[in-house]
Design a binder for this molecule. Sequence first.
Ligand code: 5AD
Ligand code: SF4
Ligand code: FES
Length: 363
Amino acid sequence: MEGGPTNNLISKLGSQGTLSRFELISLIDSLDESVHQHLRRTAHRVRVSMYGNSVYVRGLIEFSNICKQNCLYCGLRSGNKQLSRYRLSLQEIIKCCDEGYRLGYRTFVLQSGEDAWYTTDRLAELIRCIKHSYPDTAVTLSIGERSDECYARLYEAGADRFLLRHETASRALYDALHPTMQFEQRRERLQALQSIGYQIGAGFMVGLPGQTSADLAQDLLYVQELQPDMIGIGPFLPHEATPLRDQPPGTVERTLDMIALARLLVPQALIPATTAMGTAHPQGRELALLAGANVVMPNLSPMSVRDKYMLYNNKICTGDESAQCRFCLERRIEAVGLYMDMGRGDSLKYLDRSGQPSAPLIP
Ligand code: 5AD
Ligand code: SF4
Ligand code: FES
């Protein structure tokens, strides 16, 4: 059952940690029911050897849905005039952190559209304030493209990590989907963040209209080259008020394959079981956690704004309190035999760099 050319390629990848571009494309093309289990189990084994059975948790605060960009897939795009826009004040954001801290979170992810109201000064003040109140937490930013100077000042203010998905490593696809952004610049921003010292998160969507196996291989090879601390991978899901409203969504199966392959190609990375996975399938996040993912990001945004941060249709957790998400996820994690780790959850790459012990947690 574990023979055959596809299983051999999976085993080769599992033991060597790499494949040629040609092999990767042919592997992606030949993944089907008969080999899914082998791929996912191999990825899970590698995840356990690197990070043990723990699942790290980040409290996600969606602090503004105002965005100057116009990405074709995204419900927050500036061209979507039907969306009611909001911006949380610094005090409101800090209140979310207070609640998150009480719930046990030691990482906050501050996410927004590209909203210039949050100047470098305002963001730096916010970060200082959070780090002053909660010095044992990590602050992650997910606020899009900014200048070198802004990134550097926010790092000095105490931000630890930065999520900026590359979205797709295929230039043609990137250009088609991002009328207001540039392929080169996106990659350049990721490198700038990495050289400043942030733990960085790249990532991509699976099942974008027109995306091929070669494009997905390109995404995987790009993250292998970049060696980010985190890799966010989720299915593309259409949003009704965007130009891609009638396009088919990315599939759960394909996304699980990409999560597993990312785990095998970048074993040290943190990989979230994304909200998009939970939206695409009732057990999407659990399936991801058994296919190489090891992070979850429960929502900590105030109830009043949850349904306004609508990146795609039917996003989950829009009607649930922060505490509900926290305990819902704990139950789900335990139901698949893993456990929730409430620590900062730094990447192995970062722990190696900072000289802290990062011995693999083999159970
Ligand atoms: N489907 C899936 N993911 C989406 N994102 C934005 N819009 C969609 C969509 N329609 C993802 C992007 C972005 C992240 C915050 O959410 O990858 O980087
Ligand atoms: Fe703005 Fe990000 Fe949505 Fe693009 S994906 S429109 S940058 S919020
Ligand atoms: Fe939000 Fe389950 S994670 S309700």
